[in-house]
Design a protein around this ligand. Structure first.
Ligand code: MTE
Length: 423
């Protein structure tokens, strides 16, 4: 049975705590919070009364509890402890999502860590020897690799289960902006595991974050965010990244080091990694048992297998209900991606699905990344229109009209109906 928790209830509770000045009760140490505030430019120096800084008296849509970076409302929609990117703000930004537009998904809050104090401990019965500690400098001495990969929340698109399919689901009501694609630089997890002395009996690898414990809405403390990876994936293409788009990782995205698991659901890409257990037997955590499996009528009682690869999706770089001039030619743009291979074809409809045509692709299909596309459209008269985009990936998967529901609203892959107005 899934535990009775809902991300959105949790998010609402955290927001209430924040407003009441009681957020620390949920495990955020005052010291961390003060550093966090300072890093966000919110503390003006001198002694700060606990959570009484005027900056918190009137939160605006440009801050979110526990997120360090600014969240201007033309780029982000704040959803509890998370910030969703506005897809319209990706227009013209290039292939890689700038860090100042990249979504943030935090179970609790961003810890502001000091790179000089940071250590990665690799330990467990799947190693030949004892625990191994690495500093950031140690990591940087290993061969560096750079890889482009998206990070996408398993619940991206969740709100469409309800708005398009009439199905209630629990969790953060993302539209399509819980994704970003970056160039990540770091070291191969495989190199670190080998250096730590991998035993041939090793089975699972469990990275764990340094952010505060996650406490569910009913008060159950699930401990620090962690999710096991099978050794096969860990040795394949997983990175321990210390740079994002050529800069040190921003605090919110895992500074100083995060895991990046290309094409897998975002929870696999553990931020602020502090230790990695290497086990000689399968490992479990709530993040691969109660969460991030598919539960519901169409699935076995204990849920599906733990989720791994992402589905195929498309999004227009347009606001919801965007107003476009009627009888004027527009170049509309968007992006499509998949966890199973590069996107090879995108079809679009500007008449609610009555007719379809191919969009122009502006990138070569690429595993772990997205393709940008465009189509020209001249609304013939003022009125309401529905735009649709449907992608097919190199594995032959095409976005369906509907997605089989699951209670926690993961892996929505159906074609999204995007309303616009011609004025
Ligand atoms: N790692 C830690 N330590 N804590 C978290 O809350 N959230 C996960 C993952 N890694 C999370 C984490 C989830 S659910 C997602 S979708 C991605 O981080 C989001 O990465 P981003 O915030 O850099 O976009």
């Amino acid at each position: 049975m899934p535990v009775s928790t809902s991300e959105s209830a949790y998010d609402r509770r955290r927001l209430r705590q924040w407003l009441a000045g009681e957020a620390r009760a949920d495990g955020v140490a005052r010291r961390d919070m003060l550093r966090l505030l300072a890093a966000a430019g919110l503390a003006s120096g001198g002694a700060l009364p606990a959570f009484a800084a005027p900056a918190f008296a009137a939160p605006t849509n440009t801050t979110a509890p526990g997120i360090v970076k600014p969240l201007p409302d033309d780029r982000f929609t704040v959803r509890g402890t998370n910030a969703e990117s506005k897809f319209a703000s990706f227009a013209g930004t290039g292939y890689h999502t700038p860090a100042d537009r990249f979504f943030v998904r935090n179970h609790t809050s961003t810890p502001v860590l000091d790179a000089a104090d940071w250590r990665l401990t690799v330990h467990g019965a799947g190693l030949r020897g004892g625990p191994v500690d690495l500093t950031l400098r140690d990591l940087k001495r290993l061969p560096a690799v750079t890889r482009t990969a998206f990070v996408e929340c398993a619940g991206n698109g969740r709100s469409f289960f309800t708005s398009q399919q009439g199905q209630p689901v629990s969790g953060t009501a993302w539209t399509l902006g819980a994704i970003g694609t970056a160039s990540w630089r770091g070291v191969r997890l495989a190199d670190v595991l080998r250096r730590a002395g991998l035993h041939r009996r090793a089975v699972d690898v469990l990275p764990r974050g340094l952010d505060p414990d996650y406490v569910t809405a009913d008060g159950t403390n699930l401990g620090r965010v962690r999710r096991p990876l099978p050794l096969s994936k860990a040795l394949d293409d997983v990175l321990l990244a210390y740079e994002m788009n050529g800069e040190p990782l921003p605090y919110d995205h895992g500074f100083p080091v995060r895991v990046v698991v290309p094409s897998w659901i975002g929870i696999a890409s553990v931020k602020w990694v502090g230790d990695i257990e290497v086990a000689d037997q399968p490992l479990y955590s709530p993040w691969n048992t109660d969460f991030y499996r598919l539960f519901g009528a169409a699935y076995p009682e204990g849920g599906s297998a733990p989720l791994s690869r992402q589905t195929v999706k498309s999004a227009w770089e347009l606001d919801w209900d965007a107003a476009l001039d009627a009888r004027v030619a527009h170049r509309l743009t968007g992006r499509s991606w998949s966890g199973a291979g590069g996107v090879v074809r995108v079809e679009v409809s500007t008449d609610g699905g009555a007719s379809w045509r191919r969009a122009r692709l502006h990138d070569t299909p690429r595993r772990h990344g997205w393709v940008r596309w465009s189509t020209d459209w001249r609304p013939s008269a003022p009125g309401s229109y529905t735009l649709l985009a449907r992608a097919t990936d190199s594995a032959g998967r095409t976005q369906p009209d509907t997605t089989v529901p699951n209670t926690q609203g993961y892996l929505f892959d159906a074609v999204v109906r995007h309303p616009v107005r011609a004025v």
